[in-house]
Design a protein around this ligand. Structure first.
Ligand code: FES
Length: 150
């Protein structure tokens, strides 16, 4: 199986069997994101545990296979991580998608699914799809931690 085929299978698996889908109630933070070009949307719900670590995350949404698989992977990747660890992850993911940096996740068993989205770079119009959930998460965290900093 080629790497492209493997990546396609990983994306399809997350699309057909999304992880952490559904509403999280009660939650400590939520955010809505959408792609105005197509109307695809995502709602993220978060709870926090000790310190600033994400205890749980769930999402609701509808849209293309790239946007929905990307948010599914994201929920698995950030559970249990602190605010600064998640900021690093967002930075690394965006660098891979937008700055043509190589896939930084291939040696990490917990994060390797994220690398499947690297292939999306071949279709620049779909990069926004892959980033929808990440931008929504970024907004949710900015609001949450801006409030805490006051
Ligand atoms: Fe709408 Fe992908 S086509 S987010």
């Amino acid at each position: 199986m080629s790497l492209d085929e493997l990546y396609r299978e990983v994306i399809l698996d997350h699309f057909e069997h999304p992880r952490n889908k559904g509403k999280l109630d009660p939650h400590d933070a939520e955010e809505h994101g959408s792609n105005p070009l197509c109307g695809d949307k995502i709602d993220i719900y978060l709870t926090f545990g000790e310190g600033d670590k994400v205890k749980d995350i769930r999402f609701e949404g509808s849209g293309c296979s790239i946007s929905q698989s990307s948010i599914s992977m994201l929920t698995e990747a950030i559970k249990g991580k602190s605010y600064s660890e998640i900021q690093n992850l967002i930075h690394e993911f965006k660098a891979m998608m937008l700055e043509n940096k190589p896939n930084p996740f291939s040696d990490n068993e917990d994060l390797e699914d994220l690398g499947a989205l690297e292939g999306v770079k071949k279709y620049p119009v779909r990069i926004k799809c892959a980033l929808l959930g990440w931008n929504t998460l970024d907004q949710a965290l900015s609001k949450k931690f801006a409030v805490l900093a006051k």
